[in-house]
Ligand binder design. Structure first.
Ligand SMILES: CC(C)(COP(=O)(O)OP(=O)(O)OC[C@H]1O[C@@H](n2cnc3c(N)ncnc32)[C@H](O)[C@@H]1OP(=O)(O)O)[C@@H](O)C(=O)NCCC(=O)NCCS
Length: 139
């Protein structure tokens, strides 16, 4: 991915509610690109990035085995409801199958009701709801 694309990716991350600096995005992207357990796909329309998805291979779990995880999915609000999200999700599913994964999971905030309709329509079943806890570790 070339530098101007990354700016568009960062702008779309803002639509997801994540404010990233270009520098952080560039560093993280380099790390992802070097690792075969992560994949990142973009949707391009007229030379412009209008959507992206990141899909990961989850660390193998004793309880659940191997799974894929949709880490993020966003489509430019100007181009939603035209099938771009579906195409991106299908691409992520194809990647997961190539990795030998048989389950793909997505965690989505309870406030993203439109996204939930989208996932249900795409064949995802609601598994459970829960809370996510986080602690900032200070060395
Ligand atoms: C969720 C999201 C990624 C879906 O992307 P999208 O490109 O709008 O998805 P699609 O176009 O494939 O499907 C969405 C709608 O378009 C309709 N649609 C699908 N294909 C279509 C087509 N070819 N032509 C017209 N409409 C179509 C669907 O019926 C669907 O309608 P609904 O929203 O009433 O259920 C997008 O809405 C988004 O970025 N939301 C904000 C970020 C977010 O919540 N991300 C998910 C985080 S978990």
């Amino acid at each position: 991915m070339i530098e101007p694309d990354l700016k568009e990716v960062v702008d779309l991350a803002g639509e997801l509610g994540y404010e990233l600096s270009r520098e952080d995005a560039a560093n993280r992207f380099d790390q992802l690109r070097a690792h075969r357990d992560y994949a990142f796909f973009v949707a391009v329309r007229d030379g412009e990035v209008v959507g992206w998805i990141q899909v990961n291979r989850d660390a193998d779990s004793l309880l659940l085995g191997s799974r894929g995880d949709v880490a993020a999915l966003v489509v430019d609000q100007r181009f939603r409801s035209s099938g771009i999200g579906k195409l991106l999700l299908e691409r992520a599913e194809a990647w997961a199958l190539e990795q030998g994964l048989r389950v793909l999971r997505v965690r989505s905030s309870v406030r993203r009701e439109a996204a939930h309709r989208f996932y249900l329509r795409e064949g995802y079943a609601l598994l459970k709801t829960g809370h996510t806890f986080q602690k900032i570790l200070v060395p």
